[in-house]
Design a protein around this ligand. Structure first.
Ligand SMILES: *Cc1c(COP(=O)(O)O)cnc(C)c1O
Length: 368
């Protein structure tokens, strides 16, 4: 029986159904295990990690590994690049990942080539002789969409390890391994956990050698999740399909409204028919997600005031929670300078759409 992902997300990673078994896995609060079995030590595994890893693995089409944060997962993956190797990365992507790669380049550990990830020819040229291709799609916060099947195939052909940060799409809207990628990573802090109460990361790969190499790094670098964090993320993940359905329809509604608003000069959302990423997103995703970015065509101060004028929307960084959040990305010094100063990222939650629009409209008026 082939199950829909919205069913898999509810049922995967559960204990075996035998009399007296609990319905769901529990976190095990133990730093070590009695000798004689295969568990060993708390840094090597935990029942709550396993349940989360099995669920994410089944959704993405591979085997999972959880980490202390999305950045810990990214760092373990980047460590696969040999010393002196070359990584191809997007011009625009999560600023923390780009900063990590820059630090490693500055230290002489590797070299980084930045490409426009939406430009397939540009990416295909750059992957020749590269050790790793790092992709984000849609990108944070520029909302560019990469042609995942095409550039994954180009990476594969060049013998490059293809990595996709799938945080924005979630495993319900996009499964990059099934589109040709080698490794998928998530900031599980965002949509997967979904309640703004936990920081966590995850990796999925269908390649056993890559899985073992990343597991080895988790053991040796030690960036492991706490059992409680893994359990919270799994609990959150169970309702991802429902949360996304509402957040996504809210995002589509707001994108249309914002497009008509006289103060908004540009709306970046792949769900809009005129968005440059629309056709690609439609081909490789089963929905357009719940993040959009807007530009006001003004200065940084004006955009900053809008962010500070909301009552319902939380002015905070992060995304993927049940509560809507917004921020001007360039308020962070490490954000890429080609991201416009007046770009506001809207992470849409599951509130009533009319309330979200009323508050945004009010903030766009107030924050002039
Ligand atoms: C937040 C985020 C990360 C980093 O994850 P943390 O859990 O904050 O360490 C990586 N990639 C993307 C796309 C993100 O949004």
């Amino acid at each position: 029986m082939t199950l829909d992902p919205s069913t898999v997300v509810v049922h995967a990673g559960r204990p075996e159904r035998v009399p007296n078994a609990p319905v769901g896995e529990s976190p095990v609060f133990s730093s070590t295990y009695v000798a004689g079995g295969d568990r060993g030590y708390g840094r090597f595994g935990n029942d709550a990690w396993t349940a989360l890893e099995d669920t994410l693995g089944e959704l993405e089409g591979g085997r999972g590994l959880t980490f202390a944060s999305g950045m810990a997962a990214a760092a373990a993956i980047a460590d696969l690049v040999p010393v002196g190797g070359r990584i191809v990365a997007p011009q625009h992507a999560y600023s923390g990942v780009l900063a990590l790669l820059d630090q490693q380049a500055t230290a002489g550990r590797l070299t980084v080539d930045r490409v426009n990830i939406a430009d397939t020819a540009d990416v295909t040229r750059a992957v020749d002789q590269a050790d790793m291709l790092w992709i984000e799609s849609p990108t944070n916060p520029a909302m560019e969409v990469a042609d995942l099947p095409a550039i994954s195939a180009a990476g594969r052909q060049a013998g490059t390890t293809v990595v996709v940060d799938n945080t924005f799409a979630t495993p319900l809207l996009q499964q990059p391994i099934r589109l040709g990628a080698d490794i998928v990573m998530h900031s599980a802090t965002k949509f997967i956990a979904g309640h703004s109460d936990v920081v966590l990361g995850a990796v999925v790969t269908a390649d056993d050698d890559l899985w073992n190499a990343i597991d080895l790094r988790r053991r040796s670098l030690g960036a492991i999740p706490g059992p409680m964090e893994a359990w919270l993320a799994l609990r959150g993940l169970r309702t991802l399909a429902l949360r996304l359905e509402r957040a996504q329809s809210n995002a589509a509604f707001l994108a249309e409204r914002l497009l008509q608003h006289p103060r908004v000069s540009r709306v970046r959302y792949p769900g809009l028919p005129d968005d440059p990423g629309h056709a690609r997103a439609k081909a490789q995703m089963s929905g357009f997600g719940a993040i959009l970015s807007i530009e006001l065509g003004g200065d940084a101060e004006g955009a900053q005031r809008v962010c500070e004028s909301t009552a319902l929307w939380v002015h905070a960084t992060s995304l993927g929670g049940v509560e809507s959040m917004l921020e001007r990305r360039r308020r962070w010094p490490i954000e890429v300078p080609t991201i416009p100063e007046d770009l506001i990222r809207l992470a849409v939650g599951i509130e009533h759409p009319n309330d979200l629009w009323a508050d945004l409209e009010q903030a766009l008026k107030t924050g002039i």
